[in-house]
Design a binder for this molecule. Structure first.
Ligand SMILES: [Zn+2]
Length: 413
């Protein structure tokens, strides 16, 4: 069998159909009914393609959003449409009234010269991980946060906050309303009332593992004694509470399923498995727990991990080279780049300003990992992350590059 035979099995129409089916389940925020439906969907698809599947439970927080509003009281009265952020705190009865201060993207240096204590802090969305924005704001005594969306179009977005630890009431406004607030703050005091009705309770969700390894050698021991290292293809299953998640991360799910399907029954010198992670949104709590306990049992030796998160919408497909703390695997990145170039695809590079999402706890443990990503989807984390905007051929490009990389890894192992 040669690599072309594997690539011929990868079908963009089938991948796109899965995205339509996944998005039709609605938002799949952690431990919600949509999350449970996506669990069943992935298990069924994985067994249909011939994978051996199993699950691992993780402890999460089930978030429920209620009525949320923001009213500007001064300098003029004005109502804004807002979204509560997943797992943010509720406001006290009667709402949270306070003066607004603007602190760019919420880094430590963005608070220089600002008096944040007791105030509601307006921030731009991009540039710092959400958990860090909340932590730094708490350090400065902020009472609440307003996050301005990063793209025009009067859209509000929802982002995941921590599954544990201290939080704040946090709402998202559109870029346009954020700009209005910034201008108002620049010319005098701005007072707002924010009301956020939300609830949080302990719950569980599941990671799904799907292995398609065929014996490399017919004399090989049975699967239970399989001592080969594993190559893992990872895609998170969850979304925030407003998003149908077509690209984030229906795209990653369908590409991983399709690559597993293409390799089903193919002999490789390593185990090949999909890792469909729970609870990524808000700091990768789910994969963090699995990395602590479960992963080493399921996969005692790991050759490498390729994460697919948001590959369906946007301009260039990029390989994430690292963030401020960690570097992704130079070896796997090199193979991805070689594969893309040999197939005639363009693959760019990206430095992540906000953390490495689900590969962070893996890279921190020295596991060779990397991430394929399209960072410029204008609708991600909004209710407009729908299949209409996904280009099926983008899925084919990502799947071809990953499959060819697995093939190259097999030749060199
Ligand atoms: Zn994602």
């Amino acid at each position: 069998m040669d690599c072309r035979k594997v690539l011929e099995k990868i079908d963009s129409t089938r991948m796109y159909k899965r995205i339509v089916e996944i998005a039709s389940l609605g938002p799949r925020d952690t431990a919600s009914p949509g999350d449970a439906a996506s669990r069943e969907y992935v298990l069924k698809e994985a067994s249909n393609l011939g994978a051996r599947t199993w699950t691992r439970s993780c402890r999460v927080v089930r978030f429920r959003a209620g009525a949320t509003s923001l009213k500007v009281l001064e300098p003029v009265e004005r109502d804004m449409v807002v979204l509560p952020q997943d797992r943010c705190d509720p406001t006290p009865p009667g709402g949270l009234v306070g003066e607004v201060e603007y602190a760019r993207c919420g880094r430590e240096e963005d608070y220089k010269g600002a008096s944040a204590c007791g105030k509601i802090i307006l921030q731009d969305l991009w540039g710092l991980h959400m958990l860090e924005k909340v932590r730094v704001a708490l350090d400065h005594g902020a009472k609440g946060l307003i996050w301005a969306h990063s793209r025009p179009g009067n859209k509000q977005s929802a982002w995941g906050l921590a599954q544990d630890g201290p939080s704040l009431p946090v709402v998202g406004v559109s870029l346009e309303d954020g700009d209005w607030l910034k201008r108002a703050v620049g010319s005098g005091p701005v007072r707002v009332r924010v009301d956020v009705e939300v609830s949080k309770e302990p719950a569980t969700s599941d990671h799904i593992m799907a292995e398609v390894s065929a014996p490399f050698d017919s004399a090989e021991a049975p699967a239970s004694l399989d001592s080969r290292p594993a190559v893992l293809l990872m895609a998170h299953r969850d979304t925030t509470h407003v998003s149908p998640g077509a690209s984030d991360n229906g795209s990653g799910l369908t590409v991983v399923l399709e690559v597993l399907r293409a390799f089903s029954g193919v002999s490789l010198p390593f185990r090949l498995a999909g890792l469909f992670a729970a609870a990524e949104e808000g700091g990768g709590l789910g994969i963090g727990q699995y990395a602590e306990s479960g992963l080493a049992n399921d996969f005692p030796r790991i050759e490498g991990v390729i994460n697919l998160d948001m590959v369906g919408v946007g301009s260039k497909l990029l390989v994430v080279k690292g963030d401020r703390r960690y570097r992704t695997s130079a070896r796997i990145n090199g193979l991805l780049e070689e594969s893309a170039s040999a197939l005639g695809y363009h693959l760019g590079e990206y430095e992540m300003p906000m953390g490495l999402a689900d590969i962070t706890p893996l890279v921190a443990r020295g596991i060779e990992s990397t991430w394929l990503f399209k960072p410029d989807d204008p609708r991600f984390h909004t209710d407009q992350d729908i299949p209409d905007f996904v280009n099926p051929n983008d899925l084919k490009a990502a799947a071809d590059i990953v499959a060819s990389t697995i093939w190259r890894l097999a030749q060199r192992t």
